[in-house]
Structures are given as C-alpha cells and as structure tokens.
Design a protein around this ligand. Structure first.
Ligand code: PRP
Ligand code: ADE
Length: 184
C-alpha cells in the first residue's frame, strides 16, 4: 500500500473502510462489531490517520486524551504526530490515584473511566481521541472528566462514527472529526 500518495480525506476514508472488519453478534447478539485491528496493524495507514486527525485540529490543542483501550492506539499516534503530551483515560482501578471518575453506559455494557487529577490543567485545550463513536457514552464520560479538571475540550477525533446511535448528540459544542460515518 502506498500511502505517500495519500493527500485527500476520501482516499484515507476508502483505505480505512477497506480495512475494517465487521463481526456480527460480537461481543453480544445484535451488535455488529467494528474490528479496527487491520487498520492498527499497518504503520503507514495508522500514520496517515494520525496525521489527518492532528491536522483537523492543527494549532488548536495542547494535549491529547486517549480512551482505553483502542483509543490508546489512535491517541498515541496522534500525540506523537503532533508532538503534544498524551493523557490516558483508563477503565476503573488501573491508574494510581488520586483520580477523577465517571460511570457511563456504552453500546454493549457499562464501565467507569478515570483520569489522574492534575494531569489536565485549567485553561488547556484537549482533544479526546477514540476509535469508535457509537452511543457516545464513552466520549461523554471523557468530556465530563476534561471539564471537571477545568481544561477545555477543543475537539473529538474518532476513526468511525456509527450512525443512528445518537453519539454526536451527547457531546459538547466542540468539533467532531470522524474519518468515516460508518464502518460499512
Ligand atoms: O460510543 P459508545 O457506545 O460509548 O462506544 C464506544 C466505545 O466502545 C469501545 O470501547 P470498549 O469499552 O469496548 O473498550 P475497549 O477499547 O477496551 O475494547 C470503543 O473503543 C469506544 O471507546
Ligand atoms: N459496534 C461497535 N464496534 C466496535 N466498537 C464499538 N464500541 C461501541 N460499539 C461498537
């Protein structure tokens, strides 16, 4: 795959779409699971994705908040590309304290996200990065953690938004950058 020639959003979107595997009835019956592992396994594609996300918010963010676990892959790539510090939003019980916590529901369950206190600073501009935006429960929890810290959400970056689940409607007014509207 030659991604040096990748200059426009449509080409990136096509490549991402071609490399997402849709798995029926995983992890529960009725869920069409979008498996992005084939995207993550290709350094050039992951790099192009990170570049597009970083460019979408160029000059408008100070830190990258990445959501466990698949959001870590994308968020780390964006932070490296942009040369901005990475902050981890982790599932409950993984980060040594003190932490702030928010419980939330997602498409196929519920969980709790935590961020270490004082790693996000008042006045800083943060982009929140994940792989999939479905119901928006996860992103909304991350959003709440950023706002509690006094920092500002400068934007939301995801690889895929699953339409019809109301995800974007649960987020704040900041820009949402999604490479694909769906994985199909
Ligand atoms: O918009 P929502 O309905 O909240 O769903 C989106 C979230 O669901 C998945 O995470 P999951 O909790 O499965 O965690 P993982 O990345 O650890 O697999 C995905 O990586 C998003 O974080
Ligand atoms: N359908 C889905 N596929 C992958 N990750 C998800 N997170 C929430 N819904 C998802």
């Amino acid at each position: 795959m030659n991604i040096d020639a990748l200059t426009d959003h449509q080409r990136l979107a096509d490549l991402i779409r071609d490399n997402i595997r849709t798995v029926p009835d995983f992890p529960r019956p009725g869920i069409a699971f979008l498996d992005l592992c084939p995207v993550f396994s290709q350094p050039a594609l992951l790099g192009a994705l990170a570049g597009a996300m970083s460019d979408a918010f160029a000059g408008a963010f100070d830190r990258v908040l990445a959501i466990e676990a698949r959001g870590f892959v994308v968020g780390t790539a964006v932070a490296c590309h942009a040369g901005r510090p990475l902050v981890l939003a982790r599932k409950s019980g993984k980060l040594p304290g003190p932490v702030d916590s928010v419980r939330y529901d997602l498409e196929y369950g519920s969980a709790e996200l935590q961020v270490q206190r004082d790693v996000l600073r008042p006045g800083e501009r943060v982009i929140v990065v994940d792989d999939v935006l479905a119901t928006g429960g996860t992103m909304a929890a991350a959003d709440e953690l950023v706002r509690r810290s006094g920092a500002a959400v400068a934007g939301y970056a995801v690889v895929v938004t699953i339409p019809g689940l109301g995800g974007e409607g649960r987020l704040g007014p900041a820009k949402v950058f999604s490479v694909l509207p769906t994985g199909n």
